[in-house]
Design a protein around this ligand. Structure first.
Ligand code: PLP
Length: 462
């Protein structure tokens, strides 16, 4: 629809300013400016100086259809010309949001009934927590409000979402987690190979019994944990967890902000693991983040209670001005159409298996690599100071952050996570040549890092 002009306004890669940067060092940012990305196409980005990078992370696990998809941009522009915005309060609606609701429900597990739109994974997790509390108030169980999630999980940064998150960086100095929030261990097949599914279910059961089952409302989990280190559960994990939850009348919430809409080779992680959560939280991949949009999927167990008591409920007193934003909804429809028409869900599954093999063969034997793991088209490489003892690097060394910086010098964008895990989640349509480029550049990055760490005396046993 529109000609694309790649001329950029300035030739800068670093620009000083007063933007308060998310998840960036306050200290470092006081001295340095923002690093500017100017342009993107397919799986590549170019910075302000014209340097090219391959994006092995789909930005933050989200640009799943790749950059430069004119179908999405045109759909947004068309919607903007017709109706850029009108609110959805007081029963108002818009066509793309209603069409997207139908589309989401047609792809989701069969027990999903309703969709609530917001604009980020964080607000969607907060909405979900509030719906869980609402449900138990309506059921006459006002004391059943505690929420259990897992250490290392990431559910975002808003009040409830930040409390559910199990990472100290999100809690520190923000007075989180709040009183109703509890955490159990995340499965880690590399560091705790002896633990099986039942041991995690037993840990959860013990916490529920300690707190009193009549006070516990829901358990939250990412099907494959992303930011916590690309952690996949052991066989039978969700079945074992679900049977504990069912015994105590506790809801299961899947946070599918990363896994929703294809990342695991199925439309939802719930289908991949063959479990039926009561609520599903989604965002990122819904629009491939061409526009901000989140969607909470409400299952029949919860919806039926709200529906049965509609007289008493009156107004559902929750919603954002931007809820069901028509331009974001148009982006979501166009994005899901691309995923469906190009068979990208199946492609993500196949590409994930291929990428894991390539990554293992490129770096699996590298002296810095303790573990290479994957779930669908998400992969993680855990870096260690000594392979045989799986000794981690001291946290202050910031090894994964240094690897991220070194990778940029090789023309590669990766995600650096806590516990020195480097994560990969390329766009679903990344081809084999580009996958090879990613693994080659990553191997070259690790070689450079190895030399640095060795000369600094940080490698045990070398
Ligand atoms: N939940 C999960 C599983 C996520 O990975 C993220 C972001 O990475 C969020 C929630 C928060 O999403 P947002 O950053 O859009 O608030």
């Amino acid at each position: 629809m529109f000609a694309r002009d790649h001329k950029t306004s300035s030739q800068q890669s670093i620009v000083k300013g007063d933007m308060l940067h998310p998840f960036s060092s306050v200290d470092q940012m006081s001295a340095q400016g923002s690093r500017i990305m100017k342009r993107a196409e397919g799986v590549r980005l170019w910075d302000g100086l014209g340097n090219e990078y391959i994006d092995s992370a789909a930005s933050l696990w989200c640009v799943n259809v790749g950059y430069g998809r004119t179908e999405i941009i045109d759909a947004m522009a068309r919607q903007g010309y017709d109706l850029p915005f009108y609110h959805s309060f007081n029963g108002m609606g818009n066509e793309p949001a209603l069409a997207l609701t139908d589309k989401i429900l047609s792809l989701a597990p069969g027990n999903m009934r309703k969709v609530f739109f917001g604009s980020s994974g964080s607000d969607a997790n907060d909405t979900t927590a509030k719906i869980v509390w609402y449900y138990n108030n309506l059921r006459g169980k006002p004391d059943k409000k505690k929420l259990i999630s897992r250490w290392r999980s990431y559910h975002g940064v808003a009040g409830a979402a930040g409390s559910l998150t199990g990472l100290s960086v999100v809690h520190k100095l923000f007075d989180l987690p709040g009183e109703r929030f509890f955490h159990v261990s995340a499965p880690d097949l590399y560091r705790e190979p002896e633990r099986d599914a039942q041991s995690y279910a037993d840990e959860l059961d013990a916490l529920i019994r300690r707190e009193g089952p009549e006070t516990v409302a829901a358990f939250w989990a990412e099907p494959v944990m992303g930011t916590g280190g690309v952690l996949t559960p052991p066989d039978g994990y969700f079945e074992a967890i679900k049977s504990v939850l069912d015994e105590h009348d506790i809801l299961l919430v899947f946070d599918e902000v990363i896994t929703g809409y294809g990342r695991l080779g199925e439309w939802f992680g719930a289908q991949h693991f063959n479990v039926a959560p009561d609520l599903i939280v989604t965002a990122k991949g819904l629009t491939s983040l061409y526009a901000p949009l989140s969607a909470v999927l409400v299952g029949d167990k919860v919806w039926n209670i709200i529906d049965e008591q509609r007289q008493e409920v009156g107004v559902f007193g929750h919603g954002f001005t931007s809820t069901a934003h028509p331009i974001s909804a148009a982006a979501g429809l166009a994005n899901l159409r691309i995923i469906e028409e190009e068979g990208l869900v199946e492609q993500a599954g196949a590409a994930g298996r291929r990428f894991f093999t390539m990554l293992k063969s490129a770096v699996g034997d590298h002296p810095l690599v303790g573990d290479v793991r994957a779930g669908g088209f998400m992969a993680g490489v855990e870096l260690v100071a000594e392979r045989s003892s799986a000794t981690p690097f001291p946290v202050d060394l910031g090894v994964s952050g240094r690897v991220r910086e070194a990778a940029m010098k090789q023309g590669l964008l990766v995600r650096a996570l806590t516990n020195d895990v480097i994560a990969f989640s390329p766009p679903f349509n990344t081809d084999e040549t580009d996958m090879k480029l990613i693994t080659d550049r990553f191997a070259a990055t690790l070689d450079v890092m190895y030399d640095h760490l060795k000369s600094e005396g940080h490698l045990k046993g070398w």
